[in-house]
Design a protein around this ligand. Structure first.
Ligand SMILES: N[C@@H](CCC(=O)N[C@@H](CS)C(=O)NCC(=O)O)C(=O)O
Length: 206
C-alpha cells in the first residue's frame, strides 16, 4: 500500500494527501497527527536526508517534494482526469502549479510565517504588509483566470487546482485584508464540495 509521511497541518503535505484523495487511493498516512519536527529521526532521514515532509513511498519507490508527489499521483493514478493527457492541457495545469510554487509561494510563506509562527514582538510588520499586498495581487490575477472558468484550467478539476487550492485556503483563513476576488471565492466554494479538500486541506492552522 502507498504510504504518505507528514503531518496534516503542513501545506506541503496537504497537497500530497489531497491528490491521493482525489485519485481515490487508499493509503497509509504516517505521522498524520504529528507536529513540526516530529519525523526528525534516523529512520526517516534514511528515506529523506533533508528531513522534510511530505514523502511518498509507493512500494519502495520514494517520491519527495510536494509538487513532484502531486504530479506522480496524478500521472499514475489520475491519468485523464487529474493528469490531462493532452500535452497542451497538461502544460496549462503545470503553469498554475509552477506559478504557485515560484511566484505565489514566497508571498504566502512570508505572511504565514510572519503571522502564525512569529511572536508579535518579533514580527517584521513592513515585510508582512508588503507580502499581504503582493498576495492580494496574486489572487486578483487568479481571479481573472477564474472568470468564466469552473477550475483553474477550465471546466474540469485537474492537478493544476491542487497547489493553488491549498494556498487559497490559507489566504482565506489568515487574518489579513483581502481584495475583492469573487471568482476565487466561487471556486473556493466549489473546492469545498470535494471531500478530499475538506478532509486534507481545511484543517485548523498549526
Ligand atoms: N519544497 C518542499 C518543502 C518541504 C517542507 O519545507 N516541508 C516542511 C513542512 S511544510 C517540513 O518538512 N518541515 C519540518 C517539519 O514539518 O517537521 C516540498 O514542497 O515538499
Amino acid at each position: 500500500m502507498v504510504k504518505l509521511y507528514g503531518r496534516k497541518t503542513s501545506i506541503n503535505v496537504q497537497k500530497a494527501s489531497w491528490a491521493l484523495g482525489e485519485a481515490a487511493l487508499e493509503f497509509e498516512w504516517i505521522d498524520k497527527e504529528g507536529t513540526f519536527g516530529s519525523i526528525d529521526t534516523p529512520a526517516y532521514r534514511a528515506l529523506n536526508p533533508q528531513g522534510r515532509v511530505p514523502l511518498l513511498d509507493d512500494g519502495g519507490t520514494i517520491v519527495r517534494q510536494s509538487y513532484v508527489i502531486v504530479r506522480y499521483v496524478a500521472q499514475k493514478f489520475g491519468a485523464g482526469t487529474l493528469w490531462p493527457e493532452d500535452a497542451g492541457a497538461r502544460a496549462a495545469a503545470d503553469y498554475w502549479m509552477d506559478w504557485q510554487a515560484a511566484d505565489n509561494w514566497r508571498n504566502l510563506v512570508t505572511v504565514f510565517v510572519g503571522l502564525v509562527r512569529t511572536p508579535p514582538e518579533e514580527r517584521d510588520a513592513q515585510a508582512i504588509a508588503k507580502s499581504v499586498a503582493a498576495l492580494g495581487q496574486d489572487f486578483e490575477y487568479l481571479d481573472d483566470q477564474l472568470a468564466g472558468n469552473k477550475f483553474v484550467t477550465g471546466e474540469a478539476f485537474t492537478m493544476g487546482d491542487i497547489p493553488v487550492g491549498a494556498a487559497a485556503h490559507r489566504f482565506f483563513v489568515l487574518p489579513i485584508e483581502r481584495p475583492s476576488v469573487p471568482n476565487v471565492e466561487a471556486w473556493y466554494e466549489r473546492l469545498q464540495e470535494r471531500p478530499a479538500f475538506r478532509e486534507c486541506v481545511m484543517v485548523p492552522l498549526p
